[in-house]
Write a protein that binds this ligand. Sequence first.
Ligand code: KG4
Ligand code: ZN
Length: 339
Amino acid sequence: MKILAIETSCDETAAAVVEDGRRVLSDVIHSQAEDHKVYGGVVPEIASRLHAEHISSVARKALEQAGTGLEEIGAVAATAAPGLIGALLVGLNFAKGLCLSTGKPLVAVHHIRGHVAANYIAFPKLAPPFLCLIVSGGHSHIVEVLDYTSFRVIGRTRDDAAGEAFDKAARVLGLPYPGGVHIDAAAKHGDASAFFLPAPRVEGSPYDFSFSGLKTAVINLVHNLKQQGKTLTEAERNNVAAAFQRTACDMLAKRFILAAGNLGYKKLVLAGGVSANSLLRARLKADAGENGLKLFVPPPGLCTDNAAMIGAQGYYEYAAGNLAELSVNARATCQIDNC
Ligand code: KG4
Ligand code: ZN
């Protein structure tokens, strides 16, 4: 069955046509990153307006590129939560309008479930159960994926999400928004041992993360250098980026591998925008190899926000009978295992 999927939870207006949850027939993304760059982050009101401007043409392009007429579409899936509420409403209401006018079923998809499902596209034989590390701009979770639509969160961030920490560290280093990819690039030329940065444990919660201390340490480090009248050299910037990245990836990898060992998972899956990070990918690959675990990592284009992943998860929600009423509302927050 072909699903037309819509994703507008943040600053990408995206639409895709996906067949049977695994085969991507089209995947169209209109990124607003350039529009938000000047503000150093996503401005919700601007995001909503731009989604409203682009959603129709992006959806039309997705159908055209798939060579599919609306009549061949079995259901429309749209991200309904979590995300920027105004942004979500644009995509969800667009999908509702399509369903209202065509009589097709509507599937409301949880954005983070979508990130997990990106792996079903990348790895056609991958099936639950597995343990997933989800690291995005708004979320950092270790999740047991018990089935396609059944999840249990066993670890989470207590403060900032991993991507948020990357973006804030990048900002203080004077790197452009969104910063994760620039930290990744700068770190390749830096020496991670040039600076020591803290990676605190969360007392009593072995699988939880805390990034705020690390973020503050980077801010203080850069401010101290500046207070000494020094302008940050490119080499120093690269070193701070490398030290930050190594500490953040170390924290993520250690908790993930520990959880896999304790809970007996042999299949590990990575998801979300930060899983595009080259060190995190390399580090987990090495750790998984050493521990006899199989690691699945989607290609970078499927790690960051896209509608194909919403089409993949939408298929499994549909198959499980999880159809939405046209009265369904978007929600800014809601848990992957309790939404
Ligand atoms: O999953 P995503 O596209 O959007 C959310 O659902 O939040 O994740 C975006 C996050 C941003 O914080 C961005 O800086 C980060 O993913 N990111 C990276 C890399 N590429 C994107 N972080 C570290 N290294 C990267 N290569
Ligand atoms: Zn996302």
